[in-house]
Design a protein around this ligand. Structure first.
Ligand code: AMP
Length: 389
């Protein structure tokens, strides 16, 4: 494996990267001025047909880093399924599909999203009608493959997006069965926020002489984010949340909780305090999830309360704050969660509420990210004053 130059080299323009005119026009429509570091590194490699392993988290512009050159490579070809993007969650699936659609708007590129929790028929119709790009979660896609609704005999490009997350979610068997149906002479791109041994093994299995492209240090938190920990007794967390949300700068806030009942409870508490909030978790129907995202995006509700399952793939620009109502159990989840804020062009704050029994987990996170997170004590909420009596 070889590595391209470090990501602090001066950034080129999109035209410098070799993208064709219809793609450049879509980039201009999107208002992007310069490629992000991951785009500057990955796009020329993908255009040259290389396999690429991209170590980048959400917020770095990784979706465009693969979508733009994929659209370029599909230009002018016959209408058959030539590219497949596998994603871990339906939210990410929908967002990647929207990106490919946006970037392919002047290139006559047709894309179909395929994910579970919704009826099969419309997806079947779209697949059977013939599309250039399929963006899919692995389980539902496998169902369609087995029913013969789509064939990948002529697939040229496979993208594994958020590979670490897909493996965390137990998708390895489905990924393997999907890839078995794709010709070996293809281009494979793998993106992952982290590189645990399982992801390295997946890359070794499916990528040929990949070039590794990395943005930022491994396991570092997004740089523009300012983080802080609030030491707070567990039973004061909801009051602290309501108090923080009253600050005017807390505009669009994503709150993470550990369980589904906790998500519903926090929403009820906030609404009782007159703060508009909506919950997002695995028990919500697809319609409810889409509606929740829409309300959050449009500003109809200010606060989205989500469980871990919703944490990746939420690409909502303009999130001003992320609050970890519960400390994430995995240090890597901490990095992913705060990747929701500190987007490509925004800055944001990430606050973590730490109950006394969560101190050890926070210390572990600090070890993994290689920095201490400052503590903020709020009189009346700080457990220093509460555990004493
Ligand atoms: P991603 O890392 O793919 O989730 O992208 C993060 C956000 O950055 C998305 O909202 C994109 O629309 C935005 N974005 C992607 N590329 C650029 C760019 N070159 N300039 C500005 N914003 C970008």
């Amino acid at each position: 494996m070889t590595s391209p130059p470090a990501d602090d080299a001066p950034l080129p323009t999109f035209a410098d990267l070799g993208l064709a005119e219809p793609v450049l026009r879509a980039v201009a429509d999107s208002g992007y001025e310069r490629p992000t570091p991951i785009q500057a590194q990955a796009i020329p490699l993908v255009l040259r047909g290389r396999d690429v392993m991209g170590l980048a988290q959400t917020g770095t512009g990784k979706t465009a880093a693969f979508s733009l050159p994929v659209v370029h490579r599909l230009l002018g070809g016959p209408r058959r399924t030539r590219a497949l993007v596998l994603t871990p969650t339906r939210e990410l699936c929908v967002q990647v599909e929207a990106s490919v659609r946006t970037y392919g708007v002047h290139a006559d590129v047709d894309v179909a999203p395929v994910y579970g929790g919704v009826p099969y028929e419309p997806q079947e119709e779209a697949l059977r009608g013939g599309v250039d790009v399929v963006v899919a979660t692995p389980g539902r896609l496998l169902d369609h493959l087995e029913k013969g609704n789509v064939v990948f005999d002529e697939l040229e490009i496979l993208v594994l997006d958020e590979a670490d997350r897909m493996l965390d979610m137990g998708f390895a068997p489905q990924i393997n069965r999907v890839v078995e149906r794709i010709p070996p002479y293809r281009q494979t791109l793998l993106f992952s926020a982290t590189m645990p041994p399982e992801v390295e093994a997946l890359a070794r299995k499916y990528l040929r002489k990949p070039v590794v492209v990395q943005v930022g240090r491994r396991n570092t938190a997004t740089r523009t984010v300012t983080h802080a920990v609030y030491p707070v007794p567990r039973d004061r967390k909801s009051s602290l949340l309501a108090a923080l949300l009253r600050k005017p700068e807390m505009d669009t806030v994503l709150v993470f909780v550990r369980t589904k009942p906790a998500a519903d409870r926090v929403v009820r508490h906030l609404e009782a305090e007159g703060i508009t909030a909506v919950a997002m978790h695995g028990d919500k129907s697809q319609v409810q999830r889409t509606q929740a995202l829409e309300d959050f995006r449009s500003g109809a509700v200010r606060v989205l309360v989500a469980t871990d399952i919703a944490q990746r793939g939420l690409d909502i620009s303009g999130i001003t704050h992320v609050i970890n109502y519960d400390v994430p159990e995995q240090a890597e989840d901490y990095v992913h969660r705060i990747g929701r804020t500190g987007r490509a062009a925004a800055t944001g704050d990430a606050y973590t509420f730490m109950a006394p029994d969560e101190i050890a987990t926070v210390r572990l996170i600090e070890r993994v990210i290689g920095q201490e997170i400052p503590r903020i004590s709020v009189p009346g909420f700080d457990f220093g004053t509460f555990v004493a009596d």
